[in-house]
Design a protein. Sequence first.
Length: 141
Amino acid sequence: MSDVDFLDSNILLYTLDGANPAKQGVASRLVKQAHLQGTGVISFQVVQETLQVISRKFQVAVRPEDRQIFLRNVLVPLWRIMPSPALYGRALELQERYRYSFYDSLILAAALESGCTRVLSEDLQDGQRIEGLTIENPFKD
């Protein structure tokens, strides 16, 4: 079986961003692979962040019916991690140790809880290893 990747919200958002065709292509390939091969995981936090951005922050908001389709067809099949006291505790430990924000630490805690080997994100420190987890920016040249 392939390694499992945790997809940060920016990966999912770029699949919808026609203003960045190069990033859109990379993101679309990663999400398609995650679905077809079962190699991608997201958390409740990624779902929330993604829905918030496509509802309000895009230049042109995604229509409500299209948000429902995106939730059902793209997000839900990858969604594996729900909040728990243990997840929050782990995030606090990671925040203290690695000095990431709490929300970034929550992403890392979710990735570790789900057994991922990589976090794919353009927002974290590319190449950093955290407890067997590697952060990778898939858009890096």
